[in-house]
Design a protein around this ligand. Structure first.
Ligand code: ZN
Length: 242
């Protein structure tokens, strides 16, 4: 039973007790508290409220993982790969199904260069968190099947688009038997104002066990990547796979 079901059960019992004892103001408070909690549970995936995701590397020693979302993107992914090759660093790429269809050669290149991959939905549209379980399931299974067709291997690693989970998405992940991978360090690289800002955001916060969220297409991501890798290593941390 996940945290959401346990919480729902506790709140339903509390609400029934409020009705039974006719404490209606307490009932309003209980309902408000439930939706307040739900709001933050959707926004903060690290709560693992709806779905159990891996947000840190277990027993990591001094390792951190670099992850890149939303590829493969022609004109971006190759540059990320070139920096990783130059720095002899490995990463994990969470790939979007429709992008994989357009650039299967980039998926093959990622794997050939020794990186890990996972899938990140087929469509990655803004309305994804509002979809039914069935629609989410069809979409995420389609991405997994495209990846499997390209690589010849089944891959259960999945990252939720936008990191926004809810009961429908949780159910779809469970039914597909995917392993949900989150992050512990959100870099906001798609919103960074400069390379320096992005490097500072990461190096001032990174610690052992972190799963670092980056994007192939972040405006300063490729430029900042050499300094990020060097800086992480200067801190005595090792860049590893999941
Ligand atoms: Zn994404």
């Amino acid at each position: 039973m996940n945290k959401h079901r346990i919480t729902l059960f506790v709140f339903v019992v509390a609400a029934m007790a409020c009705v039974f004892f006719r404490h209606y103001w307490w009932l309003v408070f209980v309902v408000f508290l439930y939706f307040f909690l739900l709001f933050f549970a959707v926004l903060i995936p690290q709560f693992n409220f709806f779905v159990d995701s891996l947000h840190r590397i277990p027993a990591s020693g001094n390792s951190v993982v670099l992850t890149f979302d939303d590829g493969p993107m022609f004109g971006h992914t190759e540059k990320v790969l070139a920096v990783l090759a130059e720095k002899k660093a490995k990463a994990c790429f969470f790939l979007i199904g429709k992008n994989m269809e357009q650039h299967p050669e980039l998926v093959k290149q990622i794997i050939a260069e020794g990186h890990q991959v996972g899938h990140h939905s087929y469509s990655h549209v803004n309305t994804f968190p509002m979809w039914s379980t069935q629609k989410v399931k069809e979409d995420i299974a389609k991405a997994a099947s495209i990846l499997e067709n390209i690589t010849g291997q089944q891959n259960l690693r999945f990252r939720i688009p936008f990191g926004l989970s809810n009961p429908n998405i949780a159910k779809a992940i469970l039914q597909c038997n995917f392993q949900s991978i989150g992050w512990s360090l959100r870099t906001y690289d798609t919103m960074s104002k400069s390379k320096e800002q992005l490097v500072h955001t990461i190096l001032s916060r990174v610690k052992a066990g972190d799963i670092i969220l980056l994007h192939d297409w972040g405006t300063y991501t490729v430029d900042a990547l050499p300094e990020i890798i060097d800086g992480v290593r200067r801190k005595g941390l090792e860049i590893s796979g999941l």
